[in-house]
Structures are given as C-alpha cells and as structure tokens.
Design a protein around this ligand. Sequence first.
Ligand code: GLN
Length: 507
Amino acid sequence: MTALTRLTMAAARDGLRRRNFTATELAAAHVAAVEAARPLNAFVTETPELAMAQAAESDRRLQRGEARPLEGLPLAIKDLFCTKDILTTASSHILDGFKPPYESTVTAQLWAAGAVMLGKTNMDEFAMGSSTTTSYYGPTENPWRRPGDNRPLVPGGSSGGSAAIVAACGALGATGTDTGGSIRQPASFTGIVGMKPTYGRCSRWGVVAFASSLDHPGPLTRTVRDAAMLLRGMAGHDPKDSTSAPVAVPDFEAALTGDIRGLKVGIPKEYRVDGMPGEIETLWQRGIEWLKTAGAHPVEISLPMTKYALPAYYIVAPAEASSNLARYDGVRFGLRVDGKSLEEMYELTRAAGFGAEVRRRVLIGTYVLSAGYYDAYYVKAQRVRTLIARDFAEAFKMVDCILTPTAPSSAFAIGEKSDDPIAMYLNDVFTVPADLAGIPAISVPAGLDESGLPLGLQIIGRAFDEETVFRVAGVLEEAASFTATPQFIAGASSSGGDIGSGHHEPH
Ligand code: GLN
C-alpha cells in the first residue's frame, strides 16, 4: 500500500486508468499516510470519510470510462480555501467554528475534475508568515531534519502544512496561496515544487483574503508535471472574481517538451544579496550551467528596483490586510467575546481572536493608510510597485525567463527568527518581486545544502506565459535529478517514524 503514496500525481492518474489499483485503494493509502504524519501537525482538519466517499464515486466513473482530469487523486487543501460545511479557519482563533456555506471556486473546480479531499492544511495565521509557526493550532514541522541534529525545523510558510504533507507523501499534491512567497518558499524548504501562476489565473473567490491585489492561489506538488496538471485544474476565468482573467487555460503539461534551445534566461545581478550563503550562490551557478547545457543562453540583466521590493510589500500587504480583516468583528462569523457594549464586544473579540503577527500587520496597515501618512507610505509604495513591474517588463524585452534562488536560506529551526520580524521578512526577498508584478514563478528542488537540507531554484516568467516557466522548470528538474527523501518518510519505512514532537493543541 505504501508504494501508492510514493507515486507522482501523473503516475497515479495513469495507474488508475490502467486499473492497476482503484481510487479507493489510493485514497485509503493516503488516509493512512495522513494519520501516520500526524506528528508533523500538517492538518487543521482531516476529512477521511469525505475522501473515501469521493474515491468511491471516482471508482464508479473509472469503471464507466468517464474519468475526469483529476479523477481519484487525493489532495490536501490549505485552510484558507473555503470548503462548504467543512471547518475553514485560516489557522486563526477568530474563525473558530466557521463552516462556510459556500465552496471556493478553485476547490469547486478540483472536485468537479474528480479530485479527492484529504483535509485542510495548517498555515501561518491568515497566511501572514514564512514559517507556519503563527498558527493558532501550533506549528507544522518540516519532514526534513538536519542529519545528526534532532531539532524540528519549520516547513516554511505560509503554506507550510500543504508543503509538509506533500513532501511527506501524505498527499499527491496540495493547494497553496502566495502573497509574498507562501507557495515557493515552503516548496524550497521541503524539497518539492511550488508554482505561483500569473495574478488572475486562479480565482480568489472563496479564498480568505489577506492582501487582495497580491493573493495568488497555486499548486504544491512533488514534480513539475504534477504542478502543470494541478494548475490546469485550479485555473480559469471566474465571473465571481472581478480580477480573474478572461483568458483560456492552456494544457500546461503539453509545454513540457524538454526543449529550451535558444531560449534566453535572465540572471539578475541584484539578486546577489549581502549575507547570502555561498552555497546558494553555487547552486545558482550550477542552475545556470544546467540550462546552458540544455541549449539556453544565460544573459546578465538588471532589475534595479529589487532592493525596494520588500519595503514596498511590507506597506502594501499590511494596508490591504488591515482593510480585509476589518470584517472579523464577532458579529457575522467565528469567535465572539461578549462585552458591555457593541464596541467593547468588537474590541474583546479582536483582541482575543488575532495572534501577535496579525495584530502587528493590522497596526502597520492602519498606520500607513491613516490620513497623515497615506501619501508618504502607501502611495509611495504603490509607485515603487509600478516601477518593479516596469523592471520586469524591460527585462522581458531581452529574455524569455529569469533564473534566481528561491530563498536566501534553507529551513531553520522552529522558534528561530520568531522574535525578530525583520529577519523573518527577509525570507521573502527573492519571491516578493514576482508577487508585486503579478507574474508567474516556480520553485524547483535543485539540491541539498551542507547541512543536508533542500534548496530550490526559481524560474520567473512573463505574465500568462506559465508554459515557458514550466518548460524551463522541467529541464531544471531533470538536470538537478533531486531524489533525496525527507527523514520523516525515510525513517517511517525502517523504524516506524520517530520524528515529530507530537500533536499540538491549540494555545
Ligand atoms: N511571508 C510573507 C508575509 O508574511 C508572505 C506570506 C504569503 O505569501 N502569504 O507576508
């Protein structure tokens, strides 16, 4: 049975169609793997009964020869996507008991394509973070550990539960969202593939809002082909989201030709940041060589506004968050702490319901939007954002895609950096620019660092040209031939899996 959880999504699709195994067997193997992975605390809610019922329906479809594109494939869903009648928390206390009366467009499309839901994954509260340690439900652990060092590591964030369960072979793929890096950075930290498509490619309808102009739903998978498959299922125009793009969804898998001859790959000199470990630079150089060997031409480019991306992001994102989070007032859904007046009820509910990082963002956002500071901070940050998009537009006149590292470090220990917001914000230095510009970017596992932890390389592309991004990512994946497995599953096959410090109770 275990072998079924090691399949790629594409291989599982083919195996189901050839009747090598049933959707029920595939779902049962994953339900068992999810249970075995409980020490990682990757889920807020598991939905095994639903998974088995959906798998039974998939088997009926497969029998009749009516298989849909993702028929019978077990997935995990970030707990930011509203799922009808199933607890949706955004990992926040303030959404206690919230069971949405509707389904997000992305998840509705996945179920309509035949996918099977294993449950809702843990994340940083309201997707604010880079470590999945700010969840009300406790931190998620990375299935990787440094050899010879038993300290639990973060899986990255905010889509850390999704990344951890895919890396631990508890799901074939997962949904995530990326506002400043939350798909790509956890993919890099857990040795998997994470794809942030173009803004507007995937509907945000029914996705709990963090920063609406920056929120991008996208897939986390173990291979580039699987990311192409899953993105196709998630993407498409949605009239219910006014920023959803009315463009056709290509067959992304068909883009994986392996042929990148003659393609120009930009290498931005501004991504050589101070204090970046030498081995990340080395890996980046190796990536350049791999693409060159495959016939592409590396071109040095300049993205001069890069150094302003993080400061601009940490004004725009909190500004939008402070506005989006105003709706959590104890009246309509989730937690309510009664007070002597309506106002006191609002205050007590919000004080009890939001964690420290969320409160910090609401304060920063309210400050930069306040009458006296609006022009100095918010308007200026928006101008910087336009200049960053212009940098990319200029670069794409000369190159077809851009290669960079995904993150400036590998996974760090749980608790490390938690008391230093600035150190935490630096995680996003290479991922934030593509969010500000709304352009597609993918992280591909490319190697291990000296401490034995995975590192990713990032490919950034033109708006709505996910196909080139996937094509180059496929070549990178092939050249890197990353086959290392995390200690959690390596240990599980020999000793039954002894890492993980137990299930975390809400605090
Ligand atoms: N780490 C970034 C932040 O904290 C990005 C989070 C995200 O992409 N959701 O805002």
